[in-house]
Write a protein that binds this ligand. Structure first.
Ligand code: ATP
Ligand code: MG
Ligand code: MG
Ligand code: MG
Length: 576
């Protein structure tokens, strides 16, 4: 590729709504362009990365024996009614109507359609096992689309679905997928952890998330540095004995900070018995005027139960603040303050909190608040005195760093991760709901045993950037870089020697199958280097008159502090 023909479109400024590095850098590097909240065009530079991610995933899926198909993005509601998800799934499911007023959904995932295919195609145990996958557009009407491609509404997912004759074979299929995921994630060149995740109603241990390690990750992952134990916070909490806390955390929660409530307070506030699991705990901090501007801040403790409806929720002021508790509906708040209550943070607190009598809740630092609409948020909201490390928001949980590891092999550590993949044993949940059976060897019909396996194709590049960037821009791992090598000739329009050497190397690299871009735009060196450092191409060769006189070029890896001189004759082999 020659840069003059490609679209190199970099920006000096990041968009105002970009809160994390990946969103800022992908926008500035011209990789994505926002069309609406959580809806992005994958620009040519970004699409190259996405295609490389897809290629790796496709290869590993094929290698593992999965077979590719493409299912419709727009799916008839009837199938979703069979499993009950048309009604049960919340507003994340985008429902649309056609001209005949028939209901459809835009696929957020495809269990229904693939089960429908399986019940038609798979008649006999002889056809099993089977694993179907697609790499396709998904739509989830996320409550808070944010962080660019990280949490989009429209995004690309690889979703695979395994079908087996019995549980043992389904578990083997699951392991094959988990292994394929490890192979793919190893190839991406990222630091990641496969962590046990909650398999919900199905139970058992057959759900793992593939978490890319990054400080900005939305998920907390719990692991033991001295053993193989690793789980997401939800799972770790489900295993932890309620209320079992190490001394360090206890000391923290006992600091008398205004605004703290005990779990008993919370239970009373909610009117629920202790040991109830609260789905989210939210601090409302801002109030909006008619135009949606933040008008003032109020601290409220708002607790949503699993079955909450935003309009009917109970709101109470925290104890320790003047006035004590006060209950109100959101409508009452609006009336009382004469303006709409702001969006309530942190709504990303999706970990259930178990109410335990002697524990305190509500240690708050670096919360995210903002208006009840996308792209209007403030970060770093702190509340309380003697605030602990922001990490200790984890104090709302039953599991904290320093707890003993469940395997007894050491103590737990907590780090942040980005969920990029998820493997899940489903059992017969969907096959029963949709009557998807096959004939066993004994001639009797059985329900198909299923598993489902997702990878966030467009989330992966964002996660890669969160893990690999510096103040100048992105640093791509070779495997998913938009280009592996950039050739930067200095003064190509003036120097025949530079032009000839650049063209020679370019042709040689192309012929060897290297993904190379020749920057023939005749930009000044400073601007040219800044572009490629922002875009994050891992290998750069600079070709200049001065060096050529001595028979050398300059090589610099994106992580290197300075360039190294390489003999021109060896430059090619240097890049191999
Ligand atoms: P999250 O917890 O981040 O909301 P999820 O658990 O709802 O993700 P899954 O249903 O497990 O997601 O989907 C499989 C994969 O799809 C996820 O592991 C993630 O990588 C990706 N994914 C899910 N939601 C989004 C999104 N809104 N934008 C981009 N990728 C997503
Ligand atoms: Mg989700
Ligand atoms: Mg998840
Ligand atoms: Mg998941």
């Amino acid at each position: 590729m020659k840069a003059s023909r490609f679209l190199v479109s970099t920006l000096k400024e990041a968009p105002a709504d970009a809160e994390v590095a990946s969103h800022r850098l992908m926008t500035r590097a011209g990789m994505v362009k926002k069309l609406g909240a959580g809806i992005y065009t994958y620009m040519p530079m970004g699409l190259r990365v996405i295609r490389k991610v897809e290629a790796i995933v496709r290869e590993e899926m094929n290698r593992a024996g999965a077979i590719e198909l493409t299912m419709p993005v727009v799916q008839p509601a009837e199938l979703w009614q069979e499993t009950g998800r048309f009604d049960k799934m919340g507003p994340e499911l985008l429902r649309i109507k056609d001209r005949h007023e028939r209901d459809f959904v835009v696929q957020p995932t495809s269990e229904e359609v693939v089960t429908d295919i399986a019940r038609q195609e798979i008649r006999s145990y002889k056809q099993l096992p089977k694993n179907f996958y697609q790499i396709q557009t998904k739509f989830r009407d996320e409550r808070r689309p944010r962080f660019g491609l990280m949490r989009g509404r429209e995004f690309i997912m690889k979703d695979a679905y395994s079908f087996d004759r019995d549980m043992a074979s389904a578990k083997a299929s699951y392991q094959v997928m988990a292994q394929a995921y490890r192979a793919a994630f190893d190839r991406f060149g990222l630091r990641y952890r496969a962590v046990a995740a909650d398999s919900g109603a199905i139970g058992g241990d057959l759900s793992e998330e593939f978490q890319v390690i990054a400080a900005t990750g939305e998920d907390a992952i719990v692991y033991c540095p001295d053993s193989d134990y690793a789980a997401n916070m939800e799972k770790a909490e489900a295993l932890a004995p309620a209320g079992a806390r190490p001394a360090a955390a206890a000391a923290l929660t006992k600091t008398p900070t205004p605004g703290k409530a005990t779990c008993a307070d919370v239970a009373e506030l909610l009117g629920v018995p202790l040991a109830t699991t609260v789905k989210s705990l939210v601090l409302a901090t801002d109030l909006l005027d008619e135009a949606g501007n933040i008008k003032g801040a109020q601290v409220w403790l708002l607790l949503l139960r699993g079955d909450h409806d935003m309009n009917e929720v109970k709101v109470g002021k925290l104890p320790g603040l003047e006035g004590g508790y006060r209950f109100a509906t959101l409508a009452e708040i609006e009336e009382h303050f004469g303006c709409k209550p702001g969006y309530l943070g942190p709504l990303n607190l999706k970990k259930p909190v178990k109410l335990v009598a002697d524990r305190e809740v509500a240690v708050m630092a670096d919360w995210i608040c903002g208006a009840n609409e996308p792209d209007f948020h403030i970060t770093g909201v702190n509340w309380g005195r003697d605030l602990p490390e922001p990490e200790l928001v984890a104090d709302l949980r039953n599991v904290v760093a320093g707890d003993p590891s469940p395997d007894g092999k050491g103590v737990l550590a907590i780090e942040r991760g980005i969920e990029v993949g998820h493997v899940f044993y489903l059992g017969t949940k969907y096959s029963k709901a949709m009557n998807a059976t096959f004939l066993e060897e004994d001639g009797k019909p059985r329900f198909l045993e299923m598993g489902c396996y997702g990878i966030g194709i467009t989330r992966l590049p964002a996660a890669a950037i969160e893990q690999n960037h510096d103040e100048r821009g992105i640093i791509w791992p070779d495997a998913i870089a938009p280009f592996t090598v950039v050739l930067c000739p200095i003064g190509m329009d003036r120097s025949e020697a530079v032009k000839a050497e650049a063209e020679r190397l370019y042709a040689q690299l192309l012929a060897a199958g290297v993904d190379v871009i020749l920057d023939d735009r005749n930009e000044r060196p400073g601007a040219m280097f800044a572009d490629w450092e922002l875009i994050g191409v891992p290998h750069r060769l600079t070709i200049g008159d001065k060096g050529l006189k001595d028979g050398v070029l300059e090589y610099q890896h994106r992580r290197d502090a300075a360039a190294t001189k390489v003999p021109a004759a060896e430059a090619f082999s240097f890049l191999q």
